[in-house]
Design a protein around this ligand. Structure first.
Ligand code: TEU
Length: 534
């Protein structure tokens, strides 16, 4: 694995800082809390932690509304606490990735305060201000991604400004070179402090159409969908000029050693891969979210894998995401029985895996009663299932009343099963999902074929997904039963006895001979097909 870079061979673990570990009893997680749990991450075996935004923020969108890009919100700590986190992480061999939110700021950011103060302010052109149409209505039909119109009227200066998300999140004008330089300075500020890379929020939305053309109507809009899907975001997303910005960000990182640029991009695969950039001068890892939305069956996933591999530009490094803070948890999407299969899939595919905190203990969505809803997206479109609180509940560490997360009252309610489903208890159980995650990660670290090896022979046979990984002499087959019934399937690989390296059931299985292997319901196995020397 020596020639692979850390972000290629490694595993990323996403921490939602509000919900990971509180250290001061205010019910909100913080940086000192993260430091306390670093040894847990080392024991789990991940390589890098990505922190969702920790910057000063009014928290209208829980940190995705940044008031100051170069400081830490007092809820989470301060710069000294951050430096300590970097130091403690690096001492343990862990990388730290920050969440950069460059598409918009908070409306309380001094840049926007100045920008809205007057039409003549030098910062006016840092945001997207436009005159109304003659009848006073907004400049065009663009919508907010949280629902409702995307234009907010400013009576004092008699213009509209555009916001892709909340009105408290005005969009920056990325056509303005001064804006670009200001954000690149932010990157350098953190790179100089030692951060190992960035996950860039909505990197495919940064540039909007200069002519302000109306977005077309979406012919396949269903009335039960979130209302912004009424229009196709033709002129507000994935604009050609956006590629140059990604390259410029990459240039900033390239002045440093081995830092990673990850882009948050929800696009079809053929457009997604454009974000690797011309000659791979773009993002190192345009996030591949296909597993978040695809139907959970063997043939569909075989197709996704094949299409993704085929679409990757030469030399581009793949990646896979199974969960994040914006999507329902995997155990809730596919059922608890399949969660181990999903874990084995994520951790044996070719490409950098990203694990969302809590998935390793099988956390599920938590139903949040209407009067406890925190998420502004849910508040804007209540009751249609877009809310993101269910996947953001506190990490379950132990059987204490607040799951070891806080000594106070957690900002979001805990999962009802936290007394039984928590790190302390699952760590005692050699057949738990936590044990499975640890074993899978350990295998991936031990066998280069599983981390950086080639991916071959991807097929679906009935409900079984089969693929192979190879590197040097290492040769493995992965068989995943997406069905809830036992099945027998032809065993792949050469005619030698294969060792069952790991089953998701975490019991002992004998060697797997040819021609057939039996899989239990919801079982996945890794077979070692490596020929012994001699
Ligand atoms: O998300 C962008 C995004 O497109 C969505 O996943 C979004 O959360 C939602 O589904 C609305 O369409 C990023 C962040 O990950 C998210 O938490 C922020 O709310 C959003 O940007 C704004 O910064």
């Amino acid at each position: 694995m020596s020639d692979a870079i850390w972000w290629q061979r490694g595993i990323v673990y996403q921490i939602y800082p509000r919900s990971f570990q509180d250290s001061d009893g205010d019910g909100v997680g913080d940086l000192r809390g993260v430091v306390r749990r670093l040894d847990y991450l080392v024991a789990l075996g991940v390589d890098a932690l990505w922190l969702s935004p920790i910057f000063p923020s009014p928290m209208a969108d829980f940190g995705y509304d940044v008031e100051d890009y170069c400081d830490v919100d007092p809820l989470f700590g301060d710069l000294a606490a951050f430096d300590r986190l970097i130091g403690e992480a690096h001492r343990r061999g862990l990388k730290v990735i920050l969440d950069l939110v460059p598409n918009h700021t908070s409306d309380r950011h001094p840049w926007f305060v100045a920008s809205r103060a007057s039409r003549d302010d030098p910062r006016r052109d840092w945001y997207l201000w436009h005159d109304p149409r003659p009848d006073g209505s907004p400049p065009n039909n663009w919508l907010s991604n949280f629902g409702g119109g995307g234009w907010e009227w400013d009576a004092a200066t008699a213009q509209y400004y555009f916001h892709s998300f909340l009105k408290e999140q005005p969009d920056l004008n990325w056509r303005n070179p001064a804006v670009r330089q200001a954000i690149y300075d932010v990157l350098r500020f953190w790179l100089d402090r030692g951060v190992d890379g960035f996950r860039v929020d909505v990197i495919w939305l940064l540039i909007k159409d200069e002519q302000l053309r109306d977005n077309p109507v979406n012919p396949s809009f269903r009335p039960d969908e979130a209302s912004q899907h009424r229009l196709l975001p033709l002129y507000t997303a994935d604009r050609p000029e956006g590629q140059a910005i990604v390259e410029e960000m990459r240039d900033v990182l390239d002045a440093y050693d081995e830092r990673v640029l990850i882009g948050e991009i929800y696009l079809p695969v053929e457009r997604l891969v454009a974000y690797y950039g011309k000659d791979l001068r773009g993002a190192h890892l345009p996030f591949n979210f296909q597993l978040l939305s695809t139907a959970w069956n063997a043939s569909g996933i075989a197709r996704i894998i094949a299409e993704y591999e085929a679409a990757l530009p030469p030399g581009a490094w793949p990646n896979w995401v199974l969960g994040n803070h914006d999507n329902h948890r995997i155990a809730s999407r596919i059922g608890a029985a399949q969660a181990p299969v999903a874990a084995m899939l994520l951790l044996t595919l070719r490409g950098t895996p990203t694990i969302y905190y809590g998935e390793e203990i099988g956390m599920a969505d938590v139903a949040i009663p209407p009067d406890e809803v925190q998420d502004p997206y849910e508040k804007q479109q209540p009751g249609i299932g877009v809310g993101r609180d269910p996947e953001r509940t506190p990490m379950q560490w132990d059987a204490d009343p607040n799951a070891g997360f806080t000594a106070g009252r957690p900002w979001l309610r805990l999962a009802p099963d936290h007394e039984a489903r928590n790190v302390a208890m699952l760590a005692q159980d050699p057949t738990s999902i936590l044990a499975l995650y640890r074993r899978l990660i350990a295998l991936r670290r031990t066998h280069p074929a599983l981390a950086v090896g080639r991916l071959e022979h991807v097929v679906a046979v009935d409900e079984i997904l089969i693929f192979e990984r190879r590197h040097g002499a290492g040769h493995f087959a992965i068989l995943l039963n997406f069905g809830h019934e036992d099945r027998v399937v032809a065993r792949p690989g050469p005619e030698i006895p294969a060792i069952v390296l790991l089953s998701t059931v975490l019991d002992e299985r004998g060697d797997a001979l040819r021609p057939e292997i039996a899989l239990r319901a919801d079982e996945g196995v890794i077979l070692d097909l490596t020929r012994l020397p001699g």
